[in-house]
Design a protein around this ligand. Sequence first.
Ligand code: NDP
Length: 315
Amino acid sequence: MSDTIERIKCLIIGSGPAGYAAAIYAARADLKPVMYTGMEPGGQLTTTTEVDNYPGYPDGIDGTTMMENFKKQAERFDTDVRFGLATKVDFSDKVGGIHKVTIDGNKIIEAEAVIITTGATAKYLGLPSEERLKGGGVSACATCDGFFYKNQDVIVVGAGDTAAEEATFLAKLCSKVTMLVRRDEMRASKAMQNRVFNTENLEVLFNTELDEVLGDTVVEGVRVVNNKTQDKHEITVTGVFIAIGHKPNTELFKGILAMDDTGYLITEGKSTKTKLPGVFAAGDVQDKEYRQAVTAAGTGCMAALDAERYLAALE
Ligand code: NDP
C-alpha cells in the first residue's frame, strides 16, 4: 500500500461540536475514528467569546477553551485528530463500498464510513472596519453574544428570518435595536415581520446599509447610508450584529450529495443518513434552523450511532 493511501473504518471531516461529539461516540464504539480538522480547528465557536448556553458550564466558558475540551475528550478515547483539509471526495454508492477522501490534495483516506461535519460560515459584509472589530462588538450570533449588550444600543444588519429573530431576541435585552434593511421591504416571513413591527424598542431603517463600523478596538457606533438619497448619518451603538445568512461548507459535495437550494446537505428523516450508504452528515452543514453548539453536538452523536449501526450491519 502506498504511503499516501490509508484505509480506516471511520472518517470525520470537520472539528466543531458535531465533529467532536461524533468522534467521542465513534471512538467509544471502537470505530477508531480519524478526524481531519479543516482550516479552522474547533469551527465557528472559536470565533465567539463567551459561551453561556452550553449545558454543563454553569459559569460559562470561552469558545476556544470549550473546543479544546471537546478535543481532549475525543483524544482520551483515541480519536486520531489531524490538521488537514478534505479537498476531494469519491464516495461509493454501494452498501459496504469504500469512500475515498483526498486530504490536502495528496493523501487519500479510504473509509468504510464518513461523517461530514464541515459546518457553515456566517456571511459578513466585507467592510475592513467590520473585520477589525470582530470580537470587539461585531458578531454574527445574537444568541451567543447578545447577553453582553444588556441595556445597551445595538444594530442588526439583514432582513431575513434570522435578522428578524435576532433583532427581536436582542430587543428583550437591549435598550434599543436598530435594524438596517437594504431594500424597501423585508425578506422575513410575515409572522416574523409582525413581531419586528410590534416590538417597541426596535426601529427598522429601510433602504439603509452599513457604511462603516466606528471605533478602534471596540465598537463605538456605526455610520449608515441611505442607498436612495446617499445621505449618511451616525448612530451610537456598542454592538453590531450581522445577520445576512450563513453559507454551508458543502462545495466539496456539490453534485455528489443531495442539497437544498441553499446548499445545506439533506439527511433522511430524523437520521443523519445522506443518500449514500455509509455517508452521514451532522451539525450546521445539515441544519439551517437551529445552529446551536448543543444541537450540533446532538446530531454528531446521532451520526456516530448511525455509522456504528451501519458498520455493524455489514459484518
Ligand atoms: P436569508 O438569505 O433568508 O436572508 C438574508 C438577508 O440578508 C436578506 O434579507 C438579505 O437582503 C440580507 N443581505 C444579504 N446580503 C446583504 C448585504 N450585503 N447587505 C445588507 N443586507 C444583506 O438568510 P437567513 O439567515 O435570514 O435565513 C436562512 C434560511 O433559514 C431562510 O430560509 C429562513 O427562512 C430560514 N430561517 C428560518 C427561521 C425560522 O423559521 N424560525 C429562523 C431563521 C432562519 P435582501 O432581502 O435584500 O436580499
